[in-house]
Design a protein around this ligand. Structure first.
Ligand code: OSB
Ligand code: MG
Length: 367
């Protein structure tokens, strides 16, 4: 596909409610919408990097720089065959997986449109709908937390993930478990602990949790292995897994008995599918993580999560949970069985609301 033009649009979209994790609170989500024009077709991608380097070192600012000054220059006027071809062309750029993944998503969207196939069918995913849950941010008090959970359960979510941090862990999670003895519950620390401070969360092991996500630092694979020996509850890595290689090493080390897959974090959908395949062979269940995506990234997550080894509910909630107004015409809604339908139209299966993009646009760049 001969690339004719690429546009970057930095967006800032208000969230319906603030989202707080161990690394901070946000009221709006910033991201980059990438539009690639080729052969009369238009492909869309979303760069998952956030405004601040709290979850990962990448930010909207670093991604903008890497896209504008490196990745786009590699692609301008080039004939790109597919995702593998694209990845080969950006292989000499170290790191910056979220920047790379944003463009790769647009290439998948173009490929699907060209071949008249949905992303789901290009990936070989079978499920018409995928099981989803909701990721609940830190609240001001345990009472507020119970109220928020109650509302999400009323919406129909069948699985809840609670964000934790030192001092806001065993108390909050015990309160939730006491109120909802049968709830599918899991926690995410976003790397807020060390082997030493993680002694405080040992009681979580008795709360019947599905998993404990990323308790230690992203570069602490070995310490996760040591921590796993203290827990019956499976540890699940998010930030630490940035490639198939990391996934293999974490599995061999028994540092991660379940893996959270996010295409943005691992450099794109192809790498995400490869991690899925590796875990399938290794008998390690996976689930699809989320990054408060717009409808663009949400559509990609749904296609990815339709692969067979996505055995646990994903952090892919309905559009309403995040945005009163989204940049896609399509809004994703929750079915009564805590699932969301996988898009079936060609490519990502979404269309862009240009007025919404204009409204949320911070800056724009084209080559
Ligand atoms: O760690 O999974 C995470 C959001 C932004 C950055 C990191 C994470 C998250 C979430 C929200 O937990 C998941 C979602 O609903 O999109
Ligand atoms: Mg996480």
């Amino acid at each position: 596909m001969k690339i004719e033009k690429i546009t970057l649009i930095h967006l800032k979209m208000p969230l319906v409610s603030h989202f707080e994790t161990s690394f901070g609170r946000i009221y709006a989500r910033e991201s980059i919408l990438i539009t690639v024009y080729a052969e009369g077709l238009v492909g869309y991608g979303e760069c998952a990097a956030d405004k601040d380097p709290g979850y990962a070192y990448e930010t909207v600012g670093t991604a903008w720089h890497i896209l504008k000054d490196f990745i786009l220059l590699e692609l301008q006027g080039q004939d790109i065959k597919d995702s593998a071809d694209y990845r080969a062309r950006v292989a000499n750029i170290k790191g910056h997986e979220m920047a790379k993944a944003g463009v790769e998503m647009a290439i998948w969207d173009l490929l699907g449109k060209k071949e008249n196939k949905s992303l789901q069918s290009l990936f070989g995913g079978g499920k018409p709908k995928v099981a989803v849950g909701v990721s609940v941010g830190l609240q001001d008090t345990p009472d507020d937390l119970l109220k928020v959970i109650e509302n999400y359960l009323a919406d129909g979510y069948g699985r809840v993930k609670l964000k934790i941090k030192p001092g806001r862990d065993v108390g909050d999670v015990s309160a939730a478990r006491e109120a909802y003895p049968d709830l599918k519950l899991q926690v995410d620390a976003n790397s807020a602990y060390t082997l030493e401070t993680a002694k405080a969360i040992q009681p979580l092991d008795d709360l019947d949790l599905l998993l404990i996500e990323q308790p230690l630092a992203e570069d602490d694979l070995w310490d996760h292995h040591i921590l796993q020996k203290r827990f019956e509850t499976p540890l699940c890595l998010d930030e630490s897994i940035i490639s198939v290689r990391h996934a293999r090493q974490a599995i061999e080390m028994d540092a991660s008995r379940i893996i959270n897959i996010k295409a943005g974090r691992v450099g794109g959908l192809s790498e995400a599918v490869a991690i899925h395949d590796l875990c399938y062979t290794a008998d390690i269940p996976v689930w699809c993580g989320g990054m408060l995506e717009t409808g663009v990234g949400r559509a990609a997550n749904l296609a990815l999560a339709s692969l067979p080894n996505f055995a646990l509910p994903g952090d892919i909630s309905a559009t309403d949970r995040y945005y009163a107004q989204d940049i896609t015409h399509e809004r994703f809604s929750l079915n009564s069985d805590s699932t969301i339908d996988v898009p079936t139209a060609p490519g990502l299966g979404i269309t862009i609301d240009d007025d919404a993009v204009k409204k949320f646009r911070v800056r724009e760049f084209s080559v």
